[in-house]
Each structure stands twice: as structure tokens, then as C-alpha cells.
Design a protein around this ligand. Structure first.
Ligand code: ASP
Length: 337
């Protein structure tokens, strides 16, 4: 049984742990520590982050631990087990941001298992924010990261072989989640998952916010393509006075509106996390409704009170929450039906 199927089944067989609820509790009172993350795969990620948070660790350490956990999953669309680009190469994007607006990112990183930790090193050891491609890899190796083989996982190899038959980049999203296989909730027309980014945001006992994003990006993308995930203000933004947000979905749409920065700015204006996400989604849909009908984007946000919320273009975006009060998956509301 591969990882996706296992997670699919466990989601179906643990109703107490993972019962779904509406977002009625978006307006909760003070709620810390807390970690929220994209998709149902966020349950396991949150559990790792929670180990740090419940020991009074920092939100920065928590989000890194969560991201590392999923980067270790070999049959997952994140990390080296992810799907390759159209040249058959897995290229990884990641970023991390803390409560002081320190941030670091890598893009197009090859053969390194933990891009999130390289992003953290960029943040802590360089005067820069983003390193890309060969430079990012060189930096990683210089900082003690092992160069892995670069071989595709079996799952990715099979998907790539199938994809080569048509050789078409078509990020058209079937918004229905696959029965028994919810790990990768958005698909190419033929049922192949085409993205599944992990974005997570945490607030620690001190009330400090941090976030992290890690991904192999859109499957079968053009070699060199960078999505929203490693871009601060697009895939992730943290403002410790206001809140933090992350995203998943077709990155180009998120980059165009500086998505997560926009969500945080809406929260600054007084909108709840869910409403802030909704307004950012509205911005995407308004720009090109016909296009929006064919793509998925989901935003996920938390404010300084530990209130959280999400909104997506299409049905099918889900997110995971872990706090002292809950440990479950929520369905995101969505704009187009
Ligand atoms: N946002 C990611 C990208 O565009 C894809 C995803 O969310 O899975 O690379």
C-alpha cells in the first residue's frame, strides 16, 4: 500500500480524530499554540509541529519540523518523492518566514532532501532571501546537506512514463477528490495529481507566528519554472502583528496577486482569516473568470488570536488544524461551483 492510499484509508477509518466540520469556529477566542496546514496530509505534518509547540518550542522550529516530516515521504508530491518536471527532473521549492520577518527560500533545488532546512540556512546564514538552481544546491552542499541520487520514486517514474505518452502540460483541475485517494486532491484530466504543496503556519506559546512551504511544484512543469511556493508574499507571508497566510494551487495565479501578502493585508483591515482569504480568491476570479474556472487556488490564514480560515476557488481544498482543542481536517469554503 503506498503512502497516498494509506493516508486515504486512514482518513476514512479514523472519524473521531479527523471528523470534518464547517468553518463555524473561524471566530474562536485566543487559541495557542496552534498549527494549521494545507490539505489532509497536514494531519501528520501538524503532529510533528505539535511535538515542538507542546514542548514550548518556537513556531519557527515547529514549522520546519512539520515540513521536514513531509519531505521525508517518498510517495508524496512534496520533496524528492514528488513528480518531476517535463524533463524528468524533480526540482524543489521551499520557503520559511519567522515572526521578525526574517525569511529564506530556495527554488529549483535538485537532489537535496530537505529544501525547507536549506531555506532556513539561507535565512540564517546569508544576507539574501532566495537562492535558486545550481547556486542553491552548491550552498546546500557547502552547508552539509547530502547530494542525493536524483532518481525518481517508483510512483513518480510511473506517472512520468504515463505523462510522456501525451507530453502535454495541462493543469486542468478535476475538482472532485479521488475516492480512497485524497492525498493529492487535484488532478489532471486523466486523474494524475498535479500539485500538492505543503504550507503551514504556526503560533507558539509566546504568540509568535512563523510559516513554511515546501513543494516539488506543479508536476511536469517547464524545467526552471518557479511557482508561488518559495516566493515570500505569494506562497507564504507572516506579519507577527497581524497574522500569516499560505497557499496551494496553481502558483502563477497566486503570484499575480501577491496572494498571501494580500490576505494578511485584508486581515490588517479587520477581516477574519476566512474573509481575508475569500477576498484574495475574489481578486483572482475577478481578473479572469473563465481561467479561474479551470484552476484551483486555496488560501489558508491565521490571525494573532489563533483564529483561522480558508477559502478556495473550487471545491476540494481542505486543511488540517491542531491545537489544544482540536485535531482535524476542515473543508474549505469555495467560490465557484
Ligand atoms: N503552488 C504550487 C506551485 O504552483 C503547487 C501546489 O500548490 O501544489 O508550484
Amino acid at each position: 500500500m503506498n503512502r497516498r492510499k494509506f493516508l486515504g484509508l486512514s482518513a476514512l477509518t479514523t472519524p473521531l480524530l479527523i471528523s470534518k466540520k464547517s468553518l463555524a469556529n473561524t471566530f474562536q477566542a485566543q487559541n495557542k499554540p496552534i498549527v494549521i496546514s494545507t490539505w489532509d496530509s497536514g494531519m501528520a505534518v501538524n503532529a510533528e509541529a505539535w511535538k515542538v509547540l507542546s514542548n514550548k518550542g518556537s513556531s519557527l522550529d515547529a514549522v520546519e519540523a512539520g515540513a521536514i516530516h513531509i519531505e521525508n515521504e517518498i510517495n508524496c508530491c512534496v520533496g524528492l518523492g514528488g513528480y518531476p518536471d517535463r524533463d524528468g527532473i524533480v526540482t524543489l521549492d521551499a520557503c520559511i518566514m519567522d515572526h521578525t520577518a526574517n525569511c529564506g527560500a530556495v527554488a529549483g533545488l535538485e537532489r537535496i532532501k530537505h529544501p525547507i532546512s536549506v531555506a532556513r540556512k539561507v535565512m540564517e546564514k546569508t544576507p539574501h532571501v532566495i537562492l535558486v538552481g545550481n547556486g542553491a544546491q552548491q550552498f546546500a552542499v557547502e552547508n552539509g546537506f547530502m547530494l542525493e541520487s536524483g532518481e525518481l520514486s517508483n510512483d513518480a517514474k510511473n506517472a512520468y512514463t504515463e505523462w510522456l505518452k501525451k507530453n502535454e502540460y495541462k493543469p486542468v483541475i478535476n475538482i472532485e477528490r479521488k475516492q480512497n485517494g485524497p492525498f493529492a486532491p487535484t488532478f489532471f484530466d486523466d486523474g494524475t495529481p498535479n500539485h500538492d504543496t505543503m504550507g503551514l503556519v504556526a503560533m507558539d506559546n509566546n504568540g509568535d507566528l512563523s510559516g513554511a512551504v515546501t513543494t516539488s511544484g506543479m508536476a511536469f512543469k517547464v524545467h526552471g519554472r518557479v511557482g508561488d511556493s518559495p516566493i515570500i508574499g505569494a506562497g507564504l507571508f507572516v506579519d507577527n502583528e497581524i497574522g500569516a497566510a499560505t497557499s496551494s494551487g496553481v502558483g502563477e495565479e497566486v503570484i499575480r496577486i501577491c496572494g498571501t501578502h494580500l490576505v494578511v493585508e485584508f486581515m490588517r483591515q479587520g477581516y477574519s482569516p476566512e474573509m481575508a482569504c475569500k477576498k484574495a480568491i475574489e481578486r483572482i476570479v475577478k481578473r479572469d473568470k473563465a481561467k479561474a474556472k479551470t484552476v484551483q487556488v486555496g488560501f489558508l490564514a491565521m490571525n494573532k488570536k489563533g483564529q483561522y480560515g480558508a477559502y478556495a476557488i473550487q471545491k476540494g481544498f481542505v486543511f488540517s488544524v491542531k491545537s489544544n482543542r482540536e485535531n482535524q481536517i476542515h473543508d474549505s469554503k469555495y467560490m465557484l461551483s
